[in-house]
Design a protein around this ligand. Sequence first.
Ligand code: SF4
Ligand code: SF4
Length: 70
Amino acid sequence: MVVVVDPDVCVLCGLCTAVCPPNAMELTPTQLRVLPNCTDCGWCVPYCPVGAISGGRPVPLRVRPKTGPS
Ligand code: SF4
Ligand code: SF4
């Protein structure tokens, strides 16, 4: 499933660009772009703090980042 970023939800924080393995996300002052070298791995999806990214392959629960206090 192709990864899609909802521009109405994205707050341009840049977190996803820092975790993308092939560096396939480009942050500009006005938008976040998914570049053609995106592999749809799904790794960035759980890192987005506002849930703006959808699609990609499911990432196993055990390797998902913690989203709350432990
Ligand atoms: S799905 Fe994977 S390759 Fe594509 S932008 Fe997210 S982390 Fe990067
Ligand atoms: S992590 Fe989410 S809110 Fe932040 S730049 Fe990426 S898509 Fe936008």
